[in-house]
Design a binder for this molecule. Structure first.
Ligand SMILES: *[C@@H]1O[C@H](CO)[C@@H](O)[C@H](O)[C@H]1NC(C)=O
Length: 520
């Protein structure tokens, strides 16, 4: 019954998603900076860029990706530097050597900082930067582009969702007793040990990236090129607003400033009709349904070690479902319930009723799409924030999460059988999907509204928290606490002196009489 009502609500909400923003006052020029980005970061930027372009604004995007939009109002500038190429990163090797991926940043970011402003198109863009009404910069990994921000209003798009480090820069220091660090989550409520770990991981990440390893190296390259500019971290502090790729319906509800706007799942949209071949494959699976398997745009199926490949091939042979597997190469020995394809319309597949489970690496965008389209998940997180997302899937009962190194044939078969046969997973994911879609205006329009708002109000100083201007000593009130302690201590000291002085009179005379008596 409840389940049926949820389904009806989903259908009604999908029906009425187009909002009504009033037309813009004029066409704005907006510069989007994502020169160090993964494909998934670009995929978070694109819906915002297209929505703004559709309203007549002119968008220039500085990226490290080939052109991908056909919109005439979007001009993509590819800087062409080779130092950060995700295609060269094998996530399965990164998993074996977690320090290694940080080494990629340590070596590539200073190189990019050294060469970026020598690239003619970038140099040109830098000189013209004040012609733009606003800059939108990718919050993650893009300190190399901070010189652009000098004396131009800017906002950030926080592609990985909430990053407590960024929140602190805006003046909202989140409490690690309940807000997890960006890499790892813990079972809730967190034990004392977990709160300690969470705090230490968070501090280490912030200090390592911003103060010890990465930003100082970039600064060393930037300073000689732009001697007159404030430091990179000072430039960052002038941010007007952060659009966060998260939403309280699918993450921890957080206390936020007016300058922190949740626009998570902005790229999600109702499913479009599938190509005929896929549609008939999915419907043809009958009541057993379909399993969809994809490790995302970053991790290629072909980088999967063969022992895992074999396990999946064998597991799929044992299952009654049909399988759609995003895989870029040839596979031997696959059973005839498996369809292989190197590109698939993921959202349209997830939107199909007969798709029962999504086997995923649990990247943030895949997780959002699966929840939006109410498809239960089997998470196989590889690296980065994926283990945290996998933990979320498990904790919230949206499916299950397995560990690559522990995989066995039975484990895969059992997990998939459990998720496809027990209705509670579908119910749980619907229970999250409905509130995610139940919003005053769709997240993409919200993002458009706030982007235009910051331009209309010239950086919108009214949004800024005074906390952002305070030092740590002032923010944590260490000086006040110290003064209070000092006052208590001094008062105690004075009172003790006075008491002693008062007590000394009778005691003193008694002792003297005692001594006198002894002498006698
Ligand atoms: C800080 O931001 C405001 C408004 O966004 C801008 O006018 C000002 O030039 C910026 N200051 C610096 C030093 O970049």
């Amino acid at each position: 019954m409840k389940f049926a009502r949820l389904c009806v609500l989903v259908v009604t909400l999908v029906g009425g998603v187009m909002g009504k923003l009033s037309p813009p006052e004029r066409s704005y020029k907006i510069l989007m900076l994502l020169p160090v980005s993964s494909k998934s970061h670009r995929n978070v930027f694109m819906p915002l860029a297209e929505a703004l372009a559709d309203r007549g604004h002119k968008i220039v995007m500085l990226t490290n990706h080939p052109k991908s939009s056909k919109n005439p109002n979007i001009h993509e500038v590819h800087h062409g530097l080779p130092h950060f190429k995700e295609d060269n990163i094998n996530m399965f090797s990164a998993r074996k050597d977690p320090g290694g991926i940080f080494q990629i940043f340590v070596t590539s970011l200073p190189l990019i900082a050294r060469e970026l402003y020598q690239v003619p198109v970038v140099k040109d863009l830098y000189q013209k930067r004040k012609e733009f009404d606003l800059i939108v910069i990718n919050h993650m990994f893009n300190e190399v582009a901070y010189p652009f921000l000098h004396e131009v209003p800017f906002i950030t798009l926080a592609t990985p969702g909430m990053d407590p480090r960024q929140s602190a820069v805006l003046g909202n220091v989140l409490n690690p007793a309940f807000v997890s660090n960006p890499m790892q989550d813990f079972p809730r409520p967190m034990s004392m040990w977990h709160r300690l770990c969470n705090t230490l991981i968070l501090l280490r990440m912030a200090l390592y990236w911003r103060n010890w390893a990465i930003v100082p190296l970039i600064q060393k390259e930037i300073s000689p090129q732009f001697p007159e500019l404030p430091s990179l971290l000072d430039l960052e502090r002038n941010m007007s607003l952060a659009l966060l790729n998260t939403h309280f319906a699918i993450d921890t509800p957080l206390p936020l400033l007016p300058s922190q706007v949740e626009v998570g799942a902005m790229h999600c949209r109702p499913g479009n009709p599938l190509p005929q071949e896929l549609e008939s494959w999915i419907t043809g699976a009958g009541s057993a349904g379909v399993i969809y398997f994809s490790l995302g745009s970053f991790t290629r199926g072909t980088s999967m070690p063969t022992q895992y490949l074999d396990l999946f091939i064998q597991a799929f042979r044992k299952l009654p479902q049909r399988v759609i597997w995003k895989y870029e190469g040839e596979l031997q020995d696959i059973s005839n319930n498996v369809m292989i394809s190197k590109w698939l319309p993921q959202q349209d597949i997830l939107a199909h009723d007969n798709v029962k489970v999504f086997i995923t690496h649990c990247g943030l965008l895949s997780l959002q799409e699966s929840i939006y389209h109410a498809t239960p998940l089997l998470a196989l997180p590889i690296y980065g924030d994926q283990p945290k997302n996998g933990m979320f899937v498990k904790n919230s009962g949206l499916g299950d999460s397995l560990v690559w190194e522990e995989l066995t044939l039975d484990m895969i078969v059992d997990a998939l059988t459990k998720i496809t046969s027990d209705p509670k997973y579908k119910e749980n994911v619907l229970r999250m999907s409905v509130p995610l879609r139940d919003q005053l205006i769709p997240p993409k329009e919200l993002a458009v509204f706030w982007t235009e708002y910051v331009i209309r109000h010239r950086g919108a100083p009214q949004l800024r928290s005074p906390a952002a201007q305070l030092s740590w000593v002032e923010f944590l009130m260490l000086d006040v606490i110290f003064l209070l302690h000092l006052t208590v201590f001094i008062t105690f000291f004075i009172l003790r002196r006075i008491l002693r002085a008062i007590c000394a009179i009778p005691f003193g005379s008694e002792e003297k009489t005692k001594k006198k008596k002894k002498k006698d």
